[in-house]
Design a binder for this molecule. Structure first.
Ligand SMILES: [Zn+2]
Length: 274
């Protein structure tokens, strides 16, 4: 492990205010609603004006497009999972809708990991975290380039068991009804919540519940969600609470303005609003 965590309970909300979520202003009709309404041809393609997208996966509540908005080199992967309903955040989906959304994300993630050296599966909610469309979508991006992992994925999967053990000892568990929901003993960012689940159905229920608890505590916060199914089925909710992102990456520093024990206590006191 490199870098360090610096816990500043006295700085909670000050000077790093909890940022409320902003969404991009609508620029005409929603591009994803338009794609969701288009018919699919026999080859599994969706035609939208001059553009054609190949359907990578299809479901009642979500669908996935292949190679849209590729962030890396030609030949790299960029799968897009889109909710059929126009909602802005994961918690706005019903639990069955969220279940299917996660199934598609994880299915594409598993497929891309077999093809590429590096794959990242995530959802960005809010302009603050680069969520540039107001319609909920997730991304599975892959590359064979030797890129450095984003800060939020720098923790080692092997360290998960140890983190869970430490979190239990420090009373950071929020709920264990559907899955283990807890505040990490070693968070990757202030306010992080992790969910370890036995299956996707339980993950969807626990994630929905955790997001509504967080909204009760933090308001409509911007966040990244990261999901993976190896070595455990794991979701990381990473709220973006503060302006510490302006520090250069090489600082290797995470300023925790929301201590995990305080957050776990607040989340336990706020049952889901759903
Ligand atoms: Zn839409």
């Amino acid at each position: 492990m490199t870098g360090c965590w610096s816990i500043h309970p006295d700085l909670a909300n000050k000077p790093f205010a909890i940022a409320q979520r902003h969404l991009p202003a609508p620029q005409g009709p929603c591009v994803f609603c338009a794609l969701a309404a288009e018919p699919v041809d026999a080859e599994g393609n969706i035609h939208n004006g001059d553009e054609m997208s190949h359907l990578a996966a299809n479901g009642d509540h979500a669908f996935a497009l292949e190679n849209r908005w590729r962030p890396f080199e030609v030949g790299s992967g960029a799968q897009l999972v889109i909710a059929r309903r126009h909602v802005t955040a994961l918690e706005d989906l019903t639990v069955p809708e969220l279940d299917e959304f996660l199934v598609l994300l994880l299915r594409l993630d598993a497929r891309q990991r077999r093809r590429f050296e590096r794959t990242l599966c995530f959802v960005n909610i809010g302009l603050e975290v680069n969520g540039t469309q107001p319609h909920l979508h997730g991304q599975v991006v892959s590359t064979d380039l030797a890129v450095e992992a984003p800060w939020s994925t720098n923790f080692l999967p092997e360290s998960l068991d140890e983190d869970v053990t430490q979190a239990r000892e420090a009373e950071l568990v929020v709920d264990e009804t559907a899955a283990l929901v807890y505040c990490p003993w070693a968070p990757t960012a202030s306010g992080e919540v992790r969910i370890v689940a036995r299956d996707i159905s339980r993950l969807a229920r626990a994630l929905h519940d955790a997001l509504w608890r967080l909204r009760s505590v933090l308001g409509e916060f911007p966040y990244n969600l990261l999901v993976r199914d190896s070595p455990s089925l794991l979701a990381q909710i990473v709220p973006r609470l503060s302006a510490v992102g302006v520090l250069p990456d090489y600082f290797g520093l995470t300023v925790v303005t929301l201590p995990p024990d305080e957050l776990a206590r607040d989340l336990r006191r706020h049952p889901s609003a759903t």
